[in-house]
Design a protein around this ligand. Sequence first.
Ligand SMILES: [Mg+2]
Length: 164
Amino acid sequence: MLFKPSLWIKNVLSINEEFLSKHGIDALILDLDNTLSMHGDPAAEQGIPEWLDRMRALGVKMVVVSNNTNRRVAPLARKLGLPFVANGAKPLTIGITRALRYLGTERARTAVVGDQIFTDVMGGNLARTKTILVEPFHLEKGVLFKIKRAAESIVFKRDLTKLK
Ligand SMILES: [Mg+2]
């Protein structure tokens, strides 16, 4: 089952202490584009830096493996304080294997996390790690999403005003 993820979640923010212990995961090999950040965005998505801090506080080991270039991956990974492998060549196992060696964790207790079946999930399955498929952030870039966000922010501001 090369294309089947072990787990399928909305996004990395759903990963918490309970989730990790329930599924026996100690370490995460994280995709970058559309998993931690929108494709090409120099910043991470909202909530990602704080989520990374929560993972670190739990002792979760993490490394980024991206198929994108060093030029894209290095600045953001450094900003997020994550070690990284650029030009990861997923679904080939070269980059993931390098990450596993760096992490020193058991494959069965390490999860490759990403938004693409043919790179992230297939790569993790070939490397015999767990695999977690997330929904890509870029889907949220559509017009409908922008309208929804705008509506949300109006509602949110109104609620905040009420709280005062
Ligand atoms: Mg991706």
